[in-house]
Ligand binder design. Sequence first.
Ligand SMILES: [Zn+2]
Length: 515
Amino acid sequence: MDTTENAGAMGSGAGDRFAAACRHARRASVLASVEALLGWDEQTMLPPAGGPHRADQAAEMAAVVHRLRTDPAQGERLAWLADSPLATDGSPTEVGTIRLLKADFDKQARVPTRLVEALARATVEAQQAWVEARASSSWSLLLPHLERVFSLKREQAACQRPDLDPYDALLDDYEPGARWREVIQRFGPLRDAVVPLVKACGESRRRPDDSLLTDADFPVDAQKAFVREVASRIGFDFERGRLDTTEHPFCSTLGPDDCRITTRWNGRSLPTALFGVLHEAGHGLYEQGLNREWYGLPPGEATSLGIHESQSRLWENLVGRSTAFWEWCHPLAAAAFPASLRGVPMSRVHEALLVVRPSFIRVEADEVTYNLHVMLRFDLERAVVLGELPVAGLPEAWNDRFERDFGMRPPDDAHGVLQDIHWSAGLVGYFPTYTLGNMFAAQLMAAIERAMPGLDREIAKGRFTDLLAWLRRQVHAHGRLLESDALVAAATGESVSSSWLVSSLRNRYGAAYGL
Ligand SMILES: [Zn+2]
């Protein structure tokens, strides 16, 4: 890392202080990666009885990281740097790093330790209550916990960003720079397009049949070799990463050369692991594409959750469900799973990947209805945070809205308001980043297709290097120095809009359903 591009020339010790501030911030990131390693291990390896001690370890590590991140000496250094000429006249990397380190520090330092601890405790208790509440579909078990979590989150919002309204203060944690009023303007036209599209697909006489992929013989050992080959081929570097098995797939970065992805396996369904791995490997390609010289510092960190999700969705849906991809992948799949796929034409396999089937459960949703699930949660959590809806009113509001959007009413709260862990975990303001990610992905893909007219021919031959190089250059290389809107606009030459996602869904699913 060259932390003294211009800093040395600025005099008055700016170079030394900049280097010291970066060293300090990186130490905190290295410690946070130890915390992440504990989390990865918890989900993949931990014996059941090891849970309580792991919770102690995680709490101690969180406290150490928080102390380091709010160390007053770092605060003084950053305040000094922010007033120095380096903060305005340094290189763009230096200017951005000072601005972001200072903003991160100020935000964290404004939240009192008492509140950090109260939130940690309340969310652990709420998550435990959630497990029981969901299993027995008993909203009343969760209600008092959720009331406490939402109240603490509002307090956190007021502390950390007193300049923003409470929902924006929380949204900003996951999608820096995003504001809910703009998000509403983007989501509105998307909902207006998706609700009738889902209805039209449901009424169409032409229906893709996915049973050949979701109810056939796909031996797990053969799947393991197959998805590893696919992940390698799109560019996931197994020298700098791993693939393991968990109940809930995720991607976790433990160091500049250590990115872990996970998936689950279903011996009767190929898409479960294949699209899970394409999704997580998409996150992994982003992590592996970040500037490792700046590991743990803003130029080497992901822009936002929305941009992260754009990378996973692009590989999962826009590449992985394309005809070109299956021209390459179909012979590979037929050789790996001869009992189920030999002799089945590619067009039938491809069609089976474009099924729209409304479901009560978000994590089982198809690509089209998924966004309706997200917009519902975004509208409800915002109403709660802004004081327009009491937490106690969530189940009824949920069911009413679900019925309006999907044409069916959840039979119980386990299939409704109780299905996701996010709110219990204190992840409020997180949901909209899923659909923002889908929007960014569609807009980026449209720009990629304009820039690379021969892309389909490349993909059909199993060549993904040009596509990945474009993403490396236009998305990964920026780290956090650009916010998501600016990054997408710079990469695509257009301001952010949901119109790309609308036409992408209409074109692909309209064709599959003969609309
Ligand atoms: Zn994801």
